[in-house]
Structure formats: C-alpha cells, structure tokens
Design a protein around this ligand. Structure first.
Ligand code: NOJ
Length: 580
C-alpha cells in the first residue's frame, strides 16, 4: 500500500485509550493495554489505528486538552511504549494515526502559561485575549467580549483578573483557543507535527480543524446573531448565546491554513500518510474544497450531517425523531457530492457519539445483532474510507444511564448542571443524556465475561457496560456468525474487491422507507447491496435493477441464508451480491 490514495482500500479503527484495555490495574486504559490487544486488531483485519490523545494532559476533556504535545501522559504510559506500539503495529502491517488537537491547548500548556503571564508577554498573541465589553464590570455576566457560548456550557470567554482581560475557549475554560492568525503559532504546530512524523507515526486525525480560522471584523471578533444558523445544529446553547457557527466554522483563512500545513508537513514525504480532519457543521461544498487532491489540504474529513439528524432547533440535546430515509438521503447527497472530487470518511460511531446500533438500528434482543451487522454492511460498502469505533465490531449498544453520577464526561456533567439550574426537568435532561451522552461510547471495552469485562484488574474509572458478560470479544472472535466475524468479512471485502474501494455509487429506491439499496461499479464489475434497515419482516426490495440471474451472494448478514436479490428480507437483514 504505497499509492498516494492507499487509504481508499483501508479501514481505520479508533482506539479510545482510556477505555480500551488497562495493563497496570489503575482502572484506566493505557498503551500497555493496547499493545497486549494488537492481536484483536489484526484478527479484525483493519489497516490503521486512530489513537485518541495520549499526550500529557490534565484530562479535563480526557486528553483533548493537551499540555505537552511532545510526551505521553503517565496515566497512559511512556513515550517508549508509544514507540513500541508504533513498531508493533508496523510489524503487523498496520499504521498509527495520532489524534491531534491544535484548535486549542490545555490551559496548563507552557504556551498558555507564558501567554497569560502578562499582557505584554511575547506569546500573549498566541491565544485570543480581549478586553471586557465596555460599560460592564469586568468578570460579571455580560462583560464577555462577545456573546459566544462554549460547546461545554457557559460562555466561551473566561476572565483573567491578573491582566484584566478575557481569553477565548470554544470548549471548556481548560481549553483556550490558539490564535492561528499568528504565524508563530502555525510554525510551532507544524514543527511539532513534523517531529511526530519523523518519529514514525503515519498521520493525524485533526480535531475540529474547521474552527481554526475565526471571522474578524476590523481585527475584532464580532458578536453572533441571536437567530440560529440551520447548519449549527451543534452543541452551543443558542437560547442563551449568539450563533458562533458562521463566525468560527470554516472561517476566511481555513483553506489557506490547511494548504500551508500540507506544504509544511506532508509535501515531499513518501506516500503512506493519512491526514483526516474533523469538520462539524461543514457542507458538501466545503468538504470538496478540503478533500480535492489538487488543492492539497487533507485526505478526507469527518462531516457531521448524519450525526446531527436527530438534533432539533435547540441543538444536540433537543432530540428529534430520525428515520432511515433521513440517513439515506443525507448519505446519498454526500456520495453524489464527492463522487467526482474529494473523498468521504464513513462513520456511524466514535468517542463523541452514542452507540450506532441503538441510534440508527434497534438494540432490542431480537434485532441487535442483525442491525449491528447490516448498518455496518451499508456503511462499509459506500464509497469512502470506513471507520470502526472500538466495540462497534461487537455490536455494543448504549449503556442505559439512568443517573448523572454514572457519567463522567465534562460535556454531559456541565449540561446537566446548567440545564437543571435553568429549570429543566432533571428526568428529561437525563433522558437526553442517556440517549446521546458521549459516555455511551466510553465505558470500558468488554474483552471477556470476567468481572470488569477483562478491561482491568482494578476498579474501572467508569462502570463497565451492563452487557459486558454476554457481549464481549471472547464470545465473538471464534464464532463465524458473530458481529465480529461479519465485520471481518466486510473489511476483507474492501481489501479484495477493487469495486468496493474504487467503484462508483448509485443509490436505488431512494424513497423506500425500509430498503437501503445501491450499486457499486468499477471496470465492468458490479456489486448490489440490499438491506432492510427496519423491524418490518418479509420486506421485498422492488428493484428495477436486472438481471439477477446468477447474482452471486458475496456476503449476507443472516447465517446460512442463500437468497437472491428479490427474496424477502428479514428485519435488519442485508446482502451483498456480485451482479453478472
Ligand atoms: C472534538 C473531539 O472529538 C471531542 O472529543 C472534544 O471534546 C472536542 N473536539 C474538543 O477538543
């Protein structure tokens, strides 16, 4: 795999280190634990590991608040163990992509410590410092320089009495935003990225890159409008704060910054690297700009349209019903939109999302395994690079949190406190957190049916999944009918069949409420994917596609079934055929 676009036939697996495997019994997953579990990844067949942050961090946001980009946090192990992980993956033919957070640092980072030390410190301008709003008492509500809210509740500005100014943080106060307008900041980031590539990592998953460039009006950050932008179905409380989306998402210099990063870090290096950007609230048009190879920015982006489908006018916690048709239409638009230029990342889950089988499938006992398999079939057979989030290969559902003391995530805890203080019904707030809270994906990976699911010999930092004793890796890896085995076959199919990696995509039955069907085509080779993504039994795909004579079943979700494309589909059944 040395072609420039090697990642078209690759599958990426995300490891959330805190929750993957604990080797030292302190209850927190670590690098030693990942190294011990490399066989699991190799058996699954994945090509790349995306490792969520392991850098030094006060862990306000579980490592997405980095205080030293150049070292591993002792909680996770040592830099030598990271080298060992890189070597272990490379020996097995896998790559390592590091998560990298450069929209902000931790407030404990030396850069911020310098920056906050005095108003005339040479690094003052590395972050966004602004005076209080005129006419307000500094440090009191309303004195913030703009009306921006933080994604983790509360204002996006924190007052620093020592210098009488506020600093900007689009996330928690512990995560001050870097000022990318300052060329020294950009050069410091690129130099650090180069050191990681020189050390042997194979690329980066760049956290919220679409936020790096902010809109400036006469050199100042402006207030947000008080009506919500339809694209901003995000995480900021728009009933209290102005809409930051048009001011911070895909700002005026973002593509210039990404092109500069590409020139300074990636250009001239041998093929084999991957740079993927996380881009909430980003349109197809923007994604095309980011991922057009001729523009040399990033290889692909994580778009958010399908994970915002169940967000209502008030944002993430205002949960609205979502149908399979919504998902199909959204993905269909993205497939068409990036068909000629650019490339899709394909994902249903990650460490910020609830479990996909609960959200998009049906996690009732009779449907959980089939819906986990068939959602994966549909996802992996699209044109784009699929991402598997740890535990999704086992069909893990949501946790079913009922009490806030079961949760640990800063976003959930802050939202609960703020919403309840504002008078919302605690039970309703808890119901929303249970459905969409990030801890659903962050409870320990269940390895076996032992206490703590084989994750730790100590006390886990958050309770293990209530289904760990039955839904676990040991129960599945040798079972040819398991969700794990289905994922293995999907991954192998992408490796073996150029049509999966390179074929065109054509949606069939776009208005069908149960059937998700499409054709992939490459060099005269055609695959047909048909899935019943519903609880309805005996669904027949009313396909006009023909002929079916001799269609070969390459992969089915129901063990032992050898149907044709138009045979009735069981609830949540999926099939992949090669058409003659
Ligand atoms: C996106 C990350 O995926 C998420 O986990 C984090 O909280 C925010 N960016 C802030 O870094």
């Amino acid at each position: 795999m040395t072609a420039r676009d090697w990642w078209k036939s690759a599958v990426v697996y995300q490891v959330y280190p805190r929750s993957f495997a604990d080797s030292d019994g302190d209850g927190v997953g670590d690098l030693g634990g990942i190294i011990e579990r490399l066989d699991h990844l190799q058996r699954l067949g994945i090509d790349v590991v995306w490792l969520s942050p392991v850098y030094r961090s006060p862990m306000a946001d579980n490592g997405y608040d980095i205080s030293d980009y150049e070292d591993v946090d002792p909680l996770f192990g040592s830099i030598e163990q990271l080298d060992e992980l890189i070597a272990g993956l490379h020996e097995r033919g896998m790559k390592l992509v590091m998560d990298l957070v450069v929209n902000h640092t931790s407030a404990a980072h030396a850069w911020f410590q310098e920056s906050r030390s005095s108003a005339d410190n040479p690094q003052r301008d590395w972050y966004w410092w602004r005076s209080p709003r005129p006419g307000f008492e500094p440090g009191t509500p309303g004195a913030e320089p703009t009306n921006w809210g933080s994604a983790f509740s509360g204002p996006a500005w924190t007052y620093d009495a020592a210098t009488g100014e506020y600093y900007l943080h689009l996330f928690a106060p512990e995560q001050p935003d870097l000022n990318w307008e300052n060329p020294e900041v950009r050069q410091a980031v690129y130099a650090m990225m180069n050191r990681w590539l020189d050390r042997g990592v194979d690329g980066f998953r760049m956290d919220v890159i679409c936020l790096l460039s902010k809109v400036l009006v006469d050199g100042e950050l402006p207030d947000g409008r008080l009506e919500r932008d339809p694209l901003g179905a995000g995480v900021v409380d728009v009933t209290t704060y102005g809409d930051t989306t048009p001011l911070v998402v895909n700002g005026p210099r973002i593509h210039e910054f990404m092109q500069e990063m590409h020139r300074e870090v990636f250009a001239g290096r041998p093929p084999g690297l991957l740079n993927v950007g996380e881009t909430p609230a980003t349109t197809i048009e923007q994604a095309r700009l980011y991922t057009d190879p001729a523009r040399a920015e990033v290889d692909m982006v994580f778009q958010f349209e399908h994970v915002d489908l169940d967000s209502g006018p008030q944002g993430k916690w205002d949960i609205v019903p979502m149908t399979m048709l919504d998902l199909k239409r959204s993905w269909g638009r993205w497939q068409d939109g990036l068909a000629e230029t650019g490339w899709n990342s394909l994902y249903l889950g990650n460490h910020d999302q609830p479990r996909c089988v609960t959200r998009y499938g049906n996690d009732a006992p009779e449907h959980r395994e089939q819906s986990a398999k068939s959602l994966a079939t549909v996802l992996h057979l699209h044109r784009g690079t699929p991402y598997v989030y740890q535990g999704d290969e086992l069909g893990l559902p949501n946790v079913g949190f009922t009490r806030i003391d079961q949760m640990r995530d800063i976003e959930s805890l802050n939202h609960y406190a703020t919403a309840v203080a504002a008078g919302q019904d605690p039970a309703a707030v808890m119901a929303a957190l249970s459905a969409k809270g990030r801890d659903n994906a962050r409870v320990p990976m269940p390895w076996d049916d032992s206490p703590s699911g084989g994750f730790t010999t100590g006390t886990p930092w958050i309770d293990v999944h209530p289904m760990a004793s039955t839904v676990n890796a040991a129960a599945q890896v040798d079972d040819p009918d398991s969700v794990f085995a289905h994922f293995q076959r999907l991954i192998a199919l992408r490796h073996d069949e150029p049509v999966v990696a390179h074929g065109t995509f054509r949606m069939l039955l776009p208005d069908d409420e149960q059937v998700y069907a499409f054709v992939r085509e490459h060099d005269g080779d055609r695959l047909l994917v048909v899935a019943n993504l519903s609880d309805v039994p005996d669904v027949v795909a009313e396909l006009e596609e023909a002929p079916y004579d001799g269609a070969d079943l390459l992969l089915g979700s129901v063990p032992g079934a050898t149907p044709s494309p138009t045979d009735p589909l069981a609830p949540w059944e999926s099939r992949v055929f090669r058409l003659k």
